[in-house]
Write a protein of this length. Sequence first.
Length: 495
Amino acid sequence: MGDARPIQTALLSVAQMTEADRAAIAAGTPGVVLMQNAGNAIVHEITRRWPPCPVTVLCGPGNNGGDGFVVATALAQAGWPVRVALLGVKEELRGDAGVHAARWSGGIESVAPDVIEGAALVVDALFGSGLRRRLDPQIVATLSAVTQRALPLVAVDVPSGVMGDTGESMGAAPAACTVTFARKKPGHVLLPGRELCGEIVVADIGIPSGVLDSLPIDTWENDPSLWRAELPRAHSSGNKFTRGHALLCGGYPMTGAARMAARAAARIGAGLTTIAVPEIAFPLYAAALTSIMVRPLKQDGDLARLLSDARYTGLLIGPGAGVGDATRETALQLLATARPVLLDADAISVFASRAAELARAIRGPCVVTPHDGEFARVFDPHGDKLSRARAAARHSGAVIVLKGADTVIAAPDGRAVVNSNAPASLATAGSGDVLGGLILGLLAQGMDAFAAAAAGVWVHGAAAAAFGPGLIAEDLPDLVPAVLRRLEPQAGAGR
């Protein structure tokens, strides 16, 4: 991806959001005004979704609680029945939160399950995204009561208990709607945080755009605006050779995975696609494929002769390859070319406990696409998903695509993208093989490895979402052209 990345897709860490608040105040916007604006934004989202009804506002001891007092005051002034429960004592609130708490003229109760009696709506303004510990038992009990009674919950910033940098839950209750400010955080798009947030609204509370633009962003939510400009385009002056030649190593007796990957590479635009297969498997592959070329490997040295042809511009091994020394040796052979290589499935597992060997072998652009199990065999499985993927990318020198409903794409230089458009229907056999083929096809056309991985993951999710229920992996390659049409320049935003 190039240097101009839309700030709107940026994911701010908790520390960066704190810095943005500080810089906005230093630039002349008082903190008490920012808090008022935040509360007003929450009230706006509440009043456009629900008619006036009894509301309980749960307030914490910090700025999140201050936002809650703004909400309580505004709703009460509009005639809504409002109860406020506070962790702590009103007189002990300091700073901007203390100012807005002082403006609340109603009663204040302690946070406990009985404060939601009679409520039709609950506002969770207990803790923001910076929480680093499990919620206290009385808070968990109160939030659990909200869930048990199926009351809609509106969360301020994040549902209390969701960690803003990781999406991990420390006892959070699911929200119907979460209102956050300026930009999303990683916890809004990583699981389980994303599911706990419900509908996410990003509100403008008056932080100057210059403040946000000045932050050193290294994490984004995946979106075509990040990589659309780099997406390969067919030109009238080009031909099949200028559009790249993808080469896959096909397995035996498991042949379906590589065939689906090959069709995906072709569908996303590779001018030529070839599968190199063991001689015994040649009839199976040749009978099942038409526009995909099949090359039998009859004797030692045949693959080396293929790789000596520089016209192969993207290489893949893994789907159906088998976990054994032969697969690892072939992967090392592909990596030695220093051409773009994608390692998937078995070609990842063969480096179990061999992460250092893999890192030494990577000489050119490389994408590695593990699911959690494969990742744990090769890389350090400890820590949150974003940190694990970043560390693996840094240590290996490869772009890591750590797959899942919240796939993380991490580059060796620390950049990362979190994908959020993948439907649950992608949890089906073979869908990962198709993803590998999509990324391979983009690599073969000369796309940067990080951008190709992000684009392939997004297209994969968009294709599945367009199909709906009943999806099987074989459907995915034929859904790609419609997604690509949406990404054409004249098609607009592409989402």
